[in-house]
Design a protein around this ligand. Structure first.
Ligand code: URP
Ligand code: ZN
Ligand code: ZN
Length: 472
């Protein structure tokens, strides 16, 4: 069936225009004023509303065996929550541990998602070990359309890679033209500092941040950049949280390293005092890199506005209260993660665009267009244009609400942003032309989503000829 989105104000990374959008067979086929609706067309009245391209979350964990437990969402619960919040595509970290076979892990993750996702999705393939079989397996995974890797410089002996493994991964990534995303913290320093703090009887969640201080993240970021420089690979720092790490990333960018930066929702809105709250309330706010001193927050906002921070993800990773309590006597055992997939768009709109810290076009760019470009989803995803997938968010800027676990769709019994006011939410969300959400209610098809296969796009020769593929 055809779909007509009528009378809205279309806002992309570059422009703002009042026009109708006509959709046939999953794709936008016309944009213009006063478009006709042939018989049988479903019409969405978007008058008085903004129309954004579907938002892309470049960093989520759905299936995740981690820290002796499993993250709580399924692809069904997470994808519904994503859509209700305006995210139409997410990129999930496929994270087999060091002891598992990478290719088997990849198939497990794909099977979990296939037929069970209401929104579209892709994967970053985590390289958690590099041995004799890894190279052939990664080549196969890239041929299958997963054109980005993930490495952890943290989480010693579980997800973490050695410098030798990092080097081999990046050499292969450069050859294959895929970008490597990286969790940048020095694993050895974290392990030593954790033991030191525990030995001093410092066991509560308020000690999580001192066990992985800003310098530890800055070192990881600088080291990752140096390895990119020496291998010619393209890289993307995930969940950058603080000024020293940003400085290390910017220095590398200035040297011409192909390096992009993501920060995630919690680091823009929460600070380390949340992890310092008494008991389990503090544990709910434990993630890595940790929530930081609040002096970092304005700096992250201005770096986002200027484009030094390229994208905003969530690092969505839900562990419930019972799971958080696994670390009640030892902060190193608290499962790491603060979920946010459902809330990213509304919170960044409210505390960025509405509060004047973030231009509306940069908002669209950082939460949709640039993740789309960097990860090979664009121009199919990440913009509103003839020929693009009709992933559309009709946004109601008059809506007023409050974030609460009681009303969320994410499978968790708390929300790290409980009580935050929001000023706007999606009123209609479509995936490839099908209406999936109306005013906070999922009304669609749970199996609508499909895996978006991506092509490599970071060949060093191309980069040398054309400069960075940097968005905008
Ligand atoms: O605390 C976090 N970030 N949990 C998820 C795993 C990761 O490091 O991304
Ligand atoms: Zn991480
Ligand atoms: Zn993560």
């Amino acid at each position: 069936m055809a779909l007509l989105i009528k009378g809205g104000e279309i806002v992309t990374a570059e422009s703002r225009t009042r026009a109708d959008i006509f959709v046939e067979n999953e794709t936008i086929t016309a944009i213009g004023a006063g478009l006709d609706a042939p018989a049988g067309t479903e019409v969405v009245d978007a008058r008085g509303k903004l129309v954004f391209p579907g938002f892309i979350d470049p960093h989520v964990h759905i299936h995740l065996p981690f820290m002796a437990t499993f993250a709580k969402d399924t692809h069904a619960t997470a994808s519904k929550a994503a859509l209700i919040g305006g995210t139409t595509t997410f990129i999930e970290m496929c994270c087999p541990s060091r002891n598992e076979d990478a290719l088997e892990g990849y198939h497990t993750w794909k099977q979990k998602a296939e037929g069970n996702s209401a929104c579209d999705y892709a994967f970053h393939m985590a390289v958690t070990r590099y041995d004799a079989r890894t190279e052939a397996q990664l080549r196969e995974i890239v041929r299958d359309g997963t054109a980005s890797f993930k490495v952890f410089l943290a989480y010693k002996n579980f997800f973490g890679v050695t410098d030798e493994e990092l080097f081999h991964t990046l050499k292969l990534a450069a050859e294959l033209g895929v970008i490597t995303t990286a969790h940048c913290e020095n694993a050895e320093l974290v392990a030593q500092l954790q033991q030191q703090l525990l030995a001093e009887g410092k066991t509560g969640p308020e000690w999580h941040e001192p066990s992985r201080p800003e310098a530890v993240e800055a070192e990881g970021t600088a080291r990752f950049a140096t390895f990119l420089e020496q291998t010619g690979a393209a890289g993307y720092v995930v969940h950058l949280s603080c000024a020293p790490a940003l400085r290390a990333a910017v220095e590398a960018k200035l040297r011409g390293v192909q390096l992009y930066v993501e920060s995630v929702l919690p680091h823009f809105l929460l600070d380390k005092s949340f992890a310092g709250r008494a008991g389990v309330e503090g544990m709910k706010h434990v993630m890595s890199p940790p929530l930081r001193d609040k002096r970092n927050l304005p700096l992250l906002w201005s770096a986002l506005q200027s484009g030094l921070i390229d994208t905003v993800g969530t690092d969505h990773c839900p562990f419930d209260t019972e799971q958080k309590l696994l670390g009640k006597n030892d902060f190193t055992q608290i499962p790491n993660g603060i979920p946010g997939l459902e809330d990213r768009v509304n919170l960044m709109y409210t505390y960025g665009v509405k509060r004047g810290s973030l231009d509306i076009h940069r908002f669209v760019d950082a939460l949709s267009t640039r993740p789309g470009r960097l990860f090979g989803l664009f121009p199919r995803k990440g913009t509103i244009a003839v020929g693009a997938d009709a992933d559309l968010v009709v946004y109601d800027t008059d809506y007023r609400g409050t974030i609460s676990a009681a009303t969320q769709h994410t499978n968790n019994d708390y929300n790290g942003f409980e009580g935050f006011a929001i000023e706007g939410r999606p009123s209609v969300v479509t995936i490839r032309g099908k209406v999936q959400v109306r005013d906070g209610v999922f009304v669609g098809n749970l199996a609508r989503g499909c895996m978006i296969r991506r092509e490599p796009q970071y060949y060093p020769k191309q980069a040398a000829q054309e400069g960075s593929i940097h968005a905008r």
